[in-house]
Design a protein around this ligand. Structure first.
Ligand SMILES: Cc1cc2nc3c(=O)[nH]c(=O)nc-3n(C[C@H](O)[C@H](O)[C@H](O)COP(=O)(O)O)c2cc1C
Length: 327
């Protein structure tokens, strides 16, 4: 599929996840075939005011491409200034966040609050489009809440305003990330617009991805939480959808090696202290499904150095090496 004139290969892309899908995770997921990656959400207000920390979120490196940077806010003028700044980092596309449920975003008029004001959502797309030389996309929810399921209306306005693709997370704001996902609304959006539609929500494996495609007829699927501690999910989805081939999740030895690789990259890209603090949650993700995971996750919470992580990975491997057959 294409986002504007940007060629996208693969069947599943990596969802933006603030504080989780950082450069190391994006790079790793791309390596396993993620169709594209998206940076952590960045405040247009902070960017307009020259905040340096926010600028870090705009950096795009070769191994993460194709990569979009994601902006949030509510003021079209701030979006313009922020987009001009973002363009200096050569993103492959600019994504506008219209789905974030967090109070500090939505209570200030940004993220999912834009679902309540489709006209403003359209003006924001127009503003970004007017200064962007790359495609513009939007990521929306099913609606603001259950009484206002208006993704179709928002999608049409976003399309008319110049967006090149739209991601639909099939949930409302109050649902946050809890099931069920409303696949019907994704299907309805796909029928209502002619730009590509990316289906998102609760894809845990290749089978879920196939179901999302089949039911909604979407152009691409987006995977968030299931890629945490399992970056190989993109390879599994591609193998299943392209060749009906089932790739089992890797054995524990390989999982632990991948975790070490990811944290090594985090240390390379951040300082060790920050990286190791954030590595605790990634390490816990990698323990998912392993016998004794609860105790290992407690150990993850204590990690301070890379050597601590190496010791933990070896312990996990050692305690499971007899059932090393993959699952
Ligand atoms: C920890 C976390 C952080 C997230 N941060 C963002 C974000 O910055 N921007 C965004 O558009 N969505 C964000 N999301 C939502 C995801 O992109 C995705 O829409 C959601 O997790 C549903 O997909 P999943 O069921 O595959 O996880 C976040 C989700 C999680 C769990």
């Amino acid at each position: 599929m294409k986002i504007g004139n940007l060629e996208i290969k693969g069947n599943a892309c990596l969802a933006p996840m603030a504080g989780v899908a950082d450069r190391a995770m994006r790079e790793l997921c791309r390596g396993y075939g993620a169709a594209f990656t998206v940076g952590e959400l960045t405040s247009v207000k902070a960017l307009s005011l020259g905040d340096n920390k926010s600028k870090e979120f705009l950096e795009v490196h070769e191994k993460e491409r194709p990569m979009g940077v994601q902006l949030f806010g509510y003021d079209p003028e701030c979006f313009k200034i922020a987009t001009e700044k973002a363009m200096k980092y050569n993103p492959d596309f600019i994504d506008i966040n219209m789905g974030c449920p967090a109070p500090k975003v939505a209570n200030n008029g940004g993220g999912s609050a834009l679902m309540k004001d489709p006209e403003l959502a359209g003006k924001i797309v127009e503003a970004v489009k007017s200064v962007s030389s790359v495609p513009v996309t939007a990521k929306i929810r099913a609606g603001y809440d259950n009484d206002n399921i208006n993704a179709v209306e928002v999608a049409k306005i976003v399309e008319q305003s110049g967006a090149s693709a739209i991601t639909v997370h099939g949930r409302t704001r109050p649902q946050m990330y809890a099931p069920p996902v409303n696949l019907k609304i994704i299907k309805d959006v796909k029928q209502a617009v002619s730009i590509p539609v990316i289906g998102n929500g609760d894809i845990r494996d290749a089978n879920d991805a196939a179901k999302m495609y089949e039911y909604t007829n979407c152009d691409l699927v987006m995977v968030g939480r299931a890629a945490c501690g399992a970056p190989w999910i993109f390879q599994q989805i591609d193998a299943y959808l392209n060749e009906t081939r089932y790739i089992p999740s890797p054995p524990i030895s390989e999982r632990m090696l991948t975790l070490l690789k990811q944290v090594k990259l985090m240390i390379e890209y951040k300082d060790e202290k920050t990286a190791m603090r954030q590595a605790r949650k990634h390490a816990a993700f990698y323990m998912r499904g392993i016998k004794g995971a609860a105790a290992y996750r407690r150990d993850c919470g204590e990690l301070k150095t890379y050597s601590d992580l190496e010791r933990l990975c070896f312990k996990v491997f050692n305690e499971h090496k007899d059932d090393e057959i993959g699952y």
